[in-house]
Design a protein around this ligand. Structure first.
Ligand code: SF4
Length: 235
């Protein structure tokens, strides 16, 4: 029976997919996004090892809540780092009639992603920036991997939500939003685009972990900014 490294479990989340959801935050991430809210998930050796069977038992206890239009979301960290565990978890959940959502940055093994997508009802992909330079500078990743992943979700016809965290001074411009819109429109499986406001609350986590917070001094993103940017998405 498979084991996964788990950072934390949120029994009843309401923002990571439709309905009430159990959100499983997996440990380990290959990216280092400057605005990351979960830096405690970065090292793969952190978190707690858990048997798949134990996790399924825990989820089963929540079934009455999850079955009313909700389900299970796997987030992180980057869940595709542990793709074998996620594929098996999702396969078991679907067999039990529970909706599965993958909240990912889209980086990692495309082969692994392909296995996971076979058992995924919804992909929520954080498309952090739409140009190579910013993605490399702010997240330390290769944007082509994300685009390859998104193309795979389209090929498989898995419903797709695209998200972007809006950070003042980094991507809160009309130009950035229009390029997000242009990119997202390419995917016929796209259902919605969500803009999420950057919050500085996470700075205390960095302090506690002794990790420099690169966005020190950046202000929170306001709701007004989100509404202004959303208007450009829909116009
Ligand atoms: S992909 Fe997510 S968990 Fe990983 S560094 Fe970026 S924001 Fe943090």
């Amino acid at each position: 029976m498979k084991q996964g490294r788990i950072s934390s479990i949120q029994s009843m989340g309401a923002v990571d997919g439709p309905g009430i959801r159990c959100v499983v935050f997996l440990q380990g991430c290959p990216l280092r996004c400057a605005y990351c809210h979960n830096p405690e998930t970065w090292p793969i050796e952190g978190g707690e090892e858990m048997d798949l069977a134990d996790l399924l038992t825990k989820i089963e206890r929540l079934r009455p809540y999850l079955q009313q239009g909700g389900g299970v979301t796997v987030s992180g960290g980057e869940p595709l780092l542990q793709w074998e565990f996620v594929a098996e978890l999702f396969s078991n959940l679907q067999d039990r009639g529970i909706h599965t959502a993958l909240d990912t940055s889209g980086v990692g093994s495309l082969q692994g992603a392909s296995e996971v997508l076979q058992h995924t009802n919804l992909v929520i992909c954080d498309l952090k920036f739409c140009n190579e330079q910013d993605f490399r500078k702010q997240c330390h990743g290769d944007l082509r991997q994300v685009y390859d992943f998104l193309a795979l979700t389209a090929e498989r016809g898995v419903p797709l939500w695209i998200r972007q965290v809006i950070v003042p001074g980094l991507n809160d411009t009309k130009e950035s939003i229009l390029s997000l819109k242009e990119q997202a429109r390419q995917y016929p499986n796209l259902e919605q685009i969500e803009l999420l406001p950057f919050r500085t609350l996470c700075a205390t986590k960095y302090e506690a972990l002794g990790i420099p917070f690169l966005l020190q001094g950046t202000r929170d993103c306001s709701e007004e900014t989100i509404h202004r940017l959303e208007a450009w998405l829909t116009e």
